[in-house]
Design a protein around this ligand. Structure first.
Ligand code: TYM
Length: 329
């Protein structure tokens, strides 16, 4: 049986945080166990260039994500690891063809674009505008039908489906219309108030490489209240903490805290200590494996090269077909 390819990626903007882990990596690991699929775990380093970046740090940031992926359980016997720029010629070429069917107006209206131009008003580049089209190329060049990503990526998947529909109807291609593979942590909240955990919001995240002390410190700054009330909050700091409790300690523990909130009150010091330990218990084996991998750069290089070679074979076939259908050859 021919396995179906599943592609997903993380930008090379530093180490992974709990949002990346719960929203994306865990979904990939779940699918990795399914015989029907072959996974492509990608570090999308070209996407990291769409907002201001440091050229002297990019390759180290890419390598850090590679190590995090392997440490989390990406199994090179089953799955492929892909550094996007290793096949950047093919992904970027396909993105260019895709850009012929998408209008500037459509791209300018995307909420993700609007958010980014607010963060970087002096860097509203063509690369940024084209970000989702490159993402569509990443996914469709491998005909990936399922994409494990967090909820924040939905607008980009919508663009991907639109590109697929247009390419199929205009050029008789057979791209799938990919859907999100959801995990329980599709929207991991920020540690500091509203919004989601994000690399670009200082204090909002816990990295996979954080030790217990750092996790405790980060949780300590999460806002709380008096610990009791008539209604359990559904947004804000306390609601976010309860979400973390559910994700790392289970629904039962969350219910227990909800009862305390409505009754004698929650002692947040205890909650945060317990939660920090539960998070660290999940991260500790990942950190141990990462430390092993750090000692073995030759092995890591080999995994990167093998993934690039296999991805190139697959992507070349798609490019050949697209070029023929679009009248280029
Ligand atoms: P990036 O690097 O912003 O995030 C990587 C993955 O982590 C998820 N994520 C979250 N999930 C839940 N809660 C959060 N707080 C949280 N923060 C981040 C993101 O949803 C994402 O799945 N555009 C992508 C990279 C990309 C890509 C692709 C993904 C490029 N090409 C092709 C899939 C397929 C991005 O910016 O990810």
């Amino acid at each position: 049986m021919k396995k179906k390819l599943i592609f997903s990626g993380i930008r090379a903007t530093g180490r992974l945080h709990l949002g990346n882990y719960l929203g994306m990596v865990k979904g990939m690991l779940q699918l990795q166990e399914d015989e029907k699929y072959q996974l492509l775990f990608s570090v999308v380093d070209i996407h990291a260039m769409t907002t201001p970046y440091d050229k002297d740090k990019l390759s180290q940031q890419t390598y850090d994500v590679v190590l995090d992926y392997l440490a989390c359980g990406l199994d090179p016997e089953k799955s492929l690891l892909l550094v996007q720029s290793k096949v950047g010629d093919l992904h970027a070429e396909l993105a260019f063809y895709f850009s012929t069917v998408m209008t500037v107006a459509r791209m300018q209206h995307l909420p993700t674009f609007k958010e980014k131009i607010k963060q970087h008003p002096d860097n509203v580049t063509m690369a940024l505008l084209n970000y989702p089209v490159l993402m569509a190329a990443d996914i469709l060049v491998y005909h990936s039908e399922l994409v494990p990503v967090g909820i924040d990526q939905e607008p980009h998947l919508e663009v991907t489906r639109e590109v697929a529909r247009k390419m199929n109807s205009l050029y008789g291609l057979d791209f799938p219309e990919p859907v999100r593979f959801a995990t329980k942590g599709g929207k991991v909240p920020s540690l500091v108030g509203e919004g989601k955990m994000s690399k670009s919001v200082g204090g909002s995240f816990i990295n996979l490489t954080d030790d217990l002390e750092t996790i405790e410190k980060r949780l300590a700054s999460a806002p709380t209240d008096s610990g009791k009330g008539e209604i359990v909050p559904i947004s804000g700091g306390v609601a976010n903490l309860l979400t973390f409790v559910e994700l790392f300690q289970g629904e039962g523990r969350r219910k227990k805290y909800e009862e305390l909130y409505l009754g004698e009150g929650i002692r947040y010091g205890d909650l945060k200590n317990e939660l920090a330990e539960a998070i660290y218990a999940e991260l500790k084996p990942i950190q141990e494996k990462r430390a092993e991998l750090e000692k073995n750069p030759d092995y890591v290089r080999q995994v990167i090269d093998a993934g690039a070679k296999k991805a190139r074979e697959i992507a070349s076939k798609t490019l050949k077909e697209v070029k023929e259908r679009m009248g280029l050859v």
